[in-house]
Design a protein around this ligand. Structure first.
Ligand code: HPA
Length: 235
């Protein structure tokens, strides 16, 4: 049952998984929030754990950075391990002037400057969207906690460093923030008929270069995790 990138055995991974980009963050999430976390993957140090949260079986695994990397892991999670609900928990850079550092953003849709959907050979452009049920649940959960959050479009960019400030054109289209993975995740989930959602904390402003302080970063990370875990527990 193992894949080239995941040594988990059949049944090791829960139907609901949280997906941070950083594998060490996956380990911290597992050890901080899950009861009885069990390590299921160490291949390429892309750590994955399964435990329970409020009695619900939940997994957490790193994805690496960029659409190709999350594309590999999420495809295998769905098609080899039967994962049904994939919740990306990440950070993003805001490109809208009125968004504050530490705010939570839920990606209703994801744009791309790459070509992840190219291999589907669609006769047009794929609009990659979150699962509405997951999004609604996450939003209700955030509302319940009283956490400020936005729901809208993001850009999954292939480029962290660019020659020119291309983000300005996306900002004109109402796109809220930049990250690097959700477009692929949403396409893969759509193709497989499973559910995906990206939830983010705004770690930096691409508009003015501001970055969060360590403590602020930790607080907003905790808020995002509470939203993601409570959403997972309700599935
Ligand atoms: N660009 C891309 N990904 C990111 C950023 C960014 O500015 N901030 C956090 N993730």
């Amino acid at each position: 049952m193992a894949t080239p990138h995941n040594e988990a055995k059949a049944g090791d991974i829960a139907e609901t998984i949280l997906l941070p980009g950083d594998p060490l963050r996956a380990e911290v999430i597992a050890k901080t929030y899950l009861e009885n976390p069990v390590l299921f993957n160490r291949v390429r140090n892309m750590l994955g754990y399964t435990g329970t949260y409020k009695g619900k079986r939940v997994s957490v695994m790193g994805t690496g950075m960029g659409c190709p990397s999350i594309g590999i892991y999420s495809h295998e999670l769905i098609h080899f391990y039967g994962v049904k609900n994939l919740i990306r928990v990440g950070s993003c850079g805001s490109i809208a002037e009125d968004i504050r550092l530490g705010e939570i953003i839920m990606a209703q849709g994801a744009c791309t400057d790459g070509n992840y959907a190219g291999h589907y050979e669609l006769p047009g452009t794929m609009s990659a969207i979150a699962d509405y049920g997951l999004l609604k649940l996450a939003q209700e959960t955030a509302d319940g906690f009283g956490y400020a959050h936005r729901v809208g479009n993001i850009l999954s960019s292939d480029y962290f460093y660019t020659e020119t400030p291309q983000w300005k054109r996306w900002a004109k289209m109402g796109v809220l923030a930049i990250e690097m993975e959700s477009y692929a995740l949403y396409c893969i989930a759509a193709r497989a008929g499973v559910k995906a959602l990206g939830i983010f904390t705004v770690s930096d402003s691409v508009v003015n270069g501001e970055e969060m302080e360590a403590q602020e970063r930790q607080n907003s990370f905790t808020d995002m995790m509470k939203v993601a875990l409570e959403t997972a527990a309700k599935l």
